[in-house]
Design a protein around this ligand. Structure first.
Ligand code: DGY
Length: 326
């Protein structure tokens, strides 16, 4: 009997084609948004494998009913929506989709950095509002990025592409803070490993590329913004829950930092009346980091491969809890 897979949103067709081609019976939730958790749990009862997205809440409640799943393949690199220790306890491998979205996500971080440094989103809006009257010698002044210091918190795959962009385009100095040293970055980009306090104090642009975990949740608060340069730009393309948005607003209002570029917000979606949307030195995007045709097709391919390989060879090419496969 063929194994059944549930895909929890409409994603690039490639995933379904690969899975059906490999003999799986595939169902796709075709609703306009994610399923409610009860709906998800209900549908999971009927399947062997789940191809999930970030909005699916796979917590203890979910696993208490869906412990029968053979594998979960997440259509994302991040998997903070999944209680991985619980999946591990149940022996369920969890796959993700790294690398294929690094270029796309780093492009968004890089683009936000430039947009903030020159107030681009706000200036665009000012034209729409009929406020472009004449050349202004002393107004609308931004900052140049050449030779500035880029600080990366969480220098992994996406951070490496961001570093490459910034070093190549602007000759930026690179400093970083991680759990582990990144020797490749030190060799390739002359990156300097610094303490977290020094990262805050020395970065002209501070770009977050870390995972969301119990340690990083709510980490960037007023106290930390106070330790950054008043001329600095804060970029978050990782997860909105890593910063406290009310504190970010205050930090910008009080001039503790100069600007901010966000592709992830807290909450998501951001409310249209957020004060951030009317600040000159702020640029906000609606979580589009991986939104290129290439990246999304790559994610679909990797997610499908994780399921197919698991059933064919017992291996999950991109597994976040490989210990369950031993
Ligand atoms: C990811 O892959 O984690 C992106 O944020 C898309 O969800």
């Amino acid at each position: 009997m063929s194994k059944k897979v549930l895909i929890t949103r409409i994603i690039p067709l490639l995933a379904k084609e690969m899975l059906t081609g490999a003999g799986f019976e595939v169902s796709v939730w075709e609703g306009a948004g994610p399923m409610t958790q009860p709906e998800l749990i209900n549908r999971c009862k009927e399947v062997n494998a789940l191809l999930s997205l970030g909005a699916d809440k796979l917590d203890k409640t979910f696993f208490s009913t869906c412990s029968h799943l053979d594998i979960i393949a997440q259509f994302a690199v991040g998997y903070d929506n999944i209680d991985v220790p619980e999946a591990t306890k149940l022996g369920i491998p969890v796959g993700n989709t790294p690398d294929v979205l690094s270029e796309a996500t780093a492009d968004v971080a890089f683009g936000l950095m430039i947009a903030v440094s020159r107030k681009m989103f706000f200036m665009h809006k000012s034209i729409l509002q009929g406020e472009w009257k004449q050349f202004e010698p002393l107004k609308n002044l931004g900052q140049q990025l050449t030779g500035k210091t880029l600080g990366i918190f969480g220098l992994g795959r996406i951070g490496m592409v961001m570093a490459q962009r910034c070093v190549g385009a602007y000759g930026m100095e690179l400093i970083y803070h991680n759990r582990n040293r990144n020797m490749e970055a030190e060799q390739k980009f002359n990156a300097r490993y610094v303490s977290f306090a020094d990262l805050l104090a020395q970065s002209d642009v501070l770009s977050l590329h870390s995972v969301l975990s119990s340690e990083t949740k709510g980490m960037f608060n007023l106290e930390l913004f106070r330790q950054m340069k008043p001329t600095s730009i804060f970029i978050n393309t990782a997860r909105g829950d890593i910063h406290i948005e009310a504190d970010l607003v205050k930090a910008l209002q009080d001039g503790l930092i100069w600007g901010a570029g966000l592709d992830v917000t807290n909450p998501e979606p951001m409310k249209p009346d957020s004060p951030l949307l009317n600040m000159p030195n702020v640029a906000v995007l609606p979580h589009i980091g991986s939104a290129t045709i290439e990246a999304r097709n790559g994610m679909a391919r990797l997610a499908a491969e994780n399921i197919i390989e698991f059933y064919q060879s017992g291996k999950v090419p991109n597994c976040v809890n490989p210990e369950v496969l031993d």
